[in-house]
Design a protein around this ligand. Structure first.
Ligand code: GLN
Length: 287
């Protein structure tokens, strides 16, 4: 067997010794050599010219740098999104929010082909772009307080050829200049919802804290979003938000306190209540 440290097999052995998951190691090699994972699996003896680059990336991954940042992309709801340290890495649980939004667009909102959709705190653009590509006729606005995040989202929109309107600002303030006040049939958000000082943050330290942490109980952003939503929901409008694993009752309570109707919930892939939604307080019963 070859002992050349530049072979695929040697690099995968290095990854093993560093404690990397095999899938992550294969994906790193594939990314750096510009091949796919099947090629990596089928070519253990192949000698890689930039093996040192692969080895370095493996060491960074072992030291906690997320694979998505190392390869510069992340799959989300069938899309390949460019991601880097400026944005939260899209999570699979957020696909639940996308699925729920699509159900509403195909159900109660189906009579409105050009439904107006707002994504609050868009980050990489994941939710906004997943909705726009799935239902091209909807009219999507995406906002974020981070101009750097908006740059990432804009780049993703351009690469995917999707027309989304971006605006910068702190939650509802991003819409302050608009007169008359815009109205939306669907407002979606995956805001920061982790508590300050939460021990989970140790494993999330490479991602922007502003996208993760929201006050002492993790609910600051959700309070702002729920409180402002009724002013921006059309009479048929729905608000859907993602929240932390133990925040379902708090968020449903906030929605009820602000008059939202038909409050409903969704679980994530682990069976944890992860999303909460409700209809505009001024919703009409018959559409
Ligand atoms: N779901 C993320 C995590 O804890 C948090 C994302 C968020 O705060 N919106 O890994």
């Amino acid at each position: 067997m070859s002992t050349d440290p530049r072979t695929v097999a040697s690099l995968l052995a290095l990854a093993r010794s560093l404690g990397l998951a095999r899938l992550d190691a294969q994906l790193l090699v594939a990314h750096i050599v510009g091949r796919d994972r099947a090629w990596v699996i089928a070519h253990p003896e192949a000698v890689i010219a930039n093996a040192e680059l692969v080895a370095n990336a493996m060491r960074r991954c072992a030291a906690g740098e997320p694979l998505a940042y190392l390869v510069g992309r992340k799959a989300f709801h069938g899309l390949e999104l460019a991601v880097d340290q400026r944005v939260l890495i899209p999570r699979p649980e957020t696909e639940i929010l996308v699925e729920w939004a699509l159900e509403l667009l195909d159900g109660p909102l189906a009579g409105l082909p050009h439904a107006r959709v707002l994504d609050l705190g868009t980050g990489s653009g994941a939710i906004a772009l997943a909705l726009k590509i799935a239902r091209p006729r909807i009219d999507v606005t995406a906002i974020d307080v981070s101009e750097a995040a908006i740059e990432v989202a804009r780049t993703n929109a351009a690469r995917l050829g999707l027309a989304v309107t971006f605006a910068g600002g702190d939650w509802w303030h991003a819409l302050d200049g608009a007169n008359p006040r815009p109205q939306f049939e669907l407002i979606v958000a995956n805001p920061p919802y982790v508590r300050e000082g939460d021990p989970h943050l140790a494993s999330l330290s490479r991602e922007p804290a502003a996208a993760l942490v929201s006050g002492r109980d993790g609910l600051d952003a959700l309070r702002t979003i729920v409180a402002g939503s009724s002013q921006y929901l059309s009479s048929r409008g729905w608000l859907l938000v993602e929240h932390g694993y133990d925040q379902a009752d708090s968020v449903a309570g906030l929605m009820a306190a602000h008059g939202l109707r038909d409050i409903d919930r969704r679980v994530d892939l682990s069976g944890v209540l992860r999303c909460c939604g409700g209809r505009s307080p001024s919703s009409v019963d018959r559409l």
